[in-house]
Design a protein around this ligand. Sequence first.
Ligand code: ADP
Length: 184
Amino acid sequence: MTERTDVPARPSAAPGRVVLLTGLSGSGKTTLAAAVVTALVRSGRRGEVLDGDRLRGRFWPELGLTPVDRRANLARAGDLAVLLARHGVDVVLAMIAPEAAARARLRAACAEHGAFYEVHLDPGVEVCRARDVKGLYARQAAGEITGLTGVDARYDVPAHPDLRLDTGAADVGSCARRVLDLLA
Ligand code: ADP
């Protein structure tokens, strides 16, 4: 962390907040992250989404979906979030983040620099399967892939999230408002 503090943040800039949206594939992380950041930016804040799939695809394509690589993906995303938050940017991380221990490390790394919130998106696996936004549930059922989080790979349900949202019952707008209320 020391190398980061060599570059000073603007003294007047209030640090940004970091929000982790964690949940299974299809739980609504990407959709809700966009809605929250759009609302923040419209209200005059600086905001950015760091999406797990996009980071993996564009920034570090060498990382796959093994537990070790997922840990690295989350840790690197946390590093980026801290860099942005130091300059007043609110960061919403849209990441499955299946391991409680890795999420706890993220919280510790981010909270050292400012506010951190863990939001669990929990519509239930059947809603995620019915949505099957990326076709992963069908591919797992067909035996084409293994290691689908919440189906045949572990997801540690957050025990004490700052907020838990049933994104199967509530619409995107009302879920976004709940996150914004958390930040307010
Ligand atoms: P994930 O990023 O978790 O894989 P996506 O955001 O890609 O999930 O897909 C979630 C799907 O669920 C989208 O089609 C979205 O429109 C829909 N959806 C319905 N209700 C909600 C909600 N309350 N929050 C987020 N997404 C929702």
